[in-house]
Ligand binder design. Structure first.
Ligand code: HEC
Length: 101
């Protein structure tokens, strides 16, 4: 119980905790998107600026047209780097997995 022992062990505990926390976040976001065609594409294109949670948060009330507008806004307004050929695939995934009819 000397101070020389307690200081380094407390530091070690904090590092372990920080690593645990960042692992938990990565696992959660990769598990949360519904598995379907192009889920990896959506994860790659839509999780670099904000959490993939933004999709779940808006899921359930956006129609296809809403997701269409959302994806185009991310590209035009926010500057999301999505090649033309992938836009429709991303919209298709969002509309079928997270859209309302
Ligand atoms: C270049 C950075 C960037 C990328 C890439 C990006 N977004 Fe966003 N997104 C933002 C910003 C900035 C906001 C709004 C600010 C905030 O609330 O954090 C936002 C907000 C959102 C919202 C909340 C509603 C809204 O309009 O504010 C949704 C849903 C969303 N993004 C979906 C997506 C989807 C789907 C993709 C993949 C196509 C994507 N984002 C890729 C930057 C980005």
């Amino acid at each position: 119980m000397s101070p020389e022992r307690s200081v380094p062990s407390r530091f070690g505990g904090l590092v372990a905790l920080a690593m645990l926390a960042s692992n938990a976040v990565a696992d959660e976001s990769s598990l949360r998107l519904k598995p379907a065609a192009d889920v990896e594409l959506v994860r790659a294109r839509c999780s670099s600026c904000h959490s993939i949670d933004y999709i779940q948060m808006n899921g359930g009330f956006l129609k296809r047209a809403g997701w269409d507008a959302e994806v185009r806004k991310m590209i035009k307004v926010m500057g999301a780097p999505v090649p033309d050929g992938e836009v429709e695939r991303i919209i298709e995934y969002l509309a079928t997995q997270y859209g309302v009819p």
